[in-house]
Design a binder for this molecule. Sequence first.
Ligand code: CTP
Length: 408
Amino acid sequence: MTEPSLRPYANRRVLLGVSGGIASYKTAWLARLLSKAGAEVDVVMTRAATEFVGPVTFEALTGRPVHTGLFDAGRALDHIHLARAAAAVVVAPATADFMARAATGQADDLLTACLLATEAPVLLVPAMNDRMWAHAQTRANAARLRELGYRLLDPDDGVLAAGEGSGPGRMPEPETIFAHVGRLLEDSAAPLVGRRVVVTAGPTREAIDPVRFVSNHSSGRMGVSIAAAAWRRGASVTLIAGPLAVPAPVGVSVVRVESTEEMCQAVEQALAEADVLVMAAAPADYRPANVATSKLKKTGQPRAIELEENADILRSTRSARREGAVIVGFALETDDLIENAKRKLDAKALDLIVLNDAKEQGAGFGVETNRVTLLTRGSPEPERLPLLSKPQVADVILDRVEDRLRGR
Ligand code: CTP
């Protein structure tokens, strides 16, 4: 997993509830992800949960005491303190029994008491046997919990414990829950909440014949980081992606494309609704003039492929932009960096351009980090950022996008 951005998690207190299901072994990894991202994680376990994973495991992973009972020695008012201090509450796994108790407002153990005492947003992550999940009683409890304002993640469809075959009931992976907690921790009044953000990522491929193509080394990591961060900040995100070398992020809707022409059409369509477009993709600028319908054979002679230029997506979709939309482009340069980037900022009518130096160590294609310079329309001074992880660069870019949106 790439290093998560610390932004929403650092020094935030997360109450991590664990009820008694076998999926709690995965909750240990979630506790680790949250702690590693800087959160202070208060683990509250039901008695049944302690039968599956020992409190010591969570204590070691979070570096904090684990809470188990309403009446633990000297800690009778724990539920009030824990519930007040939490910026977000997540219960994973939420068993059928736990859901039933939460849906009826019981407060007969520390975890359910915390649920009633908190004002923080609450995420429940159900996990159980597929028949228990399908039972009308559980469905009714889930509906009631949603009505009460709790957010519920749908369980995954997959292999269940105890040789029970497969079906819906499996707890989503810790990385997925981690991403949802990030969205929960963001300010619900943030400028990206309710906005539509379109991000492009990855390379495109231009066919030479049925088995070969022209492309580039873009992995899609930068665009994927931006899409993930925008979703976490409350936006509804469409990721238009060429072939990616990294997984698509949680929560975003993904449109897969191959060629620059396909990406251009997808961008044009998405722009009709978009408040923000971030063109982080590296579309191929050229395509073979003639695509062979059969595999080209060796001839023993040198061979040339004639290339013709693709449309520039940012330029050719200018008229499809909504008024007031914030448009972000990238520039990958080797020489005269600032001048070239300024030229692209104007020529492509951008609000912000993210300049990469192709000769810089630890920046550009295929690596986890990036060192970029930001040029903003109307502000003469380039902003040179230090070497950062791509998720951290994504956060700075979105901070600037939010500034532009605020000013409109
Ligand atoms: N871009 C685009 N359509 C293309 C190629 C690039 O919209 N056919 C976008 C990229 O996504 C990026 C920006 O344009 O946001 C700049 O890309 P870059 O490759 O640096 O520049 P080019 O415009 O292709 O110019 P050149 O290759 O001549 O430097």
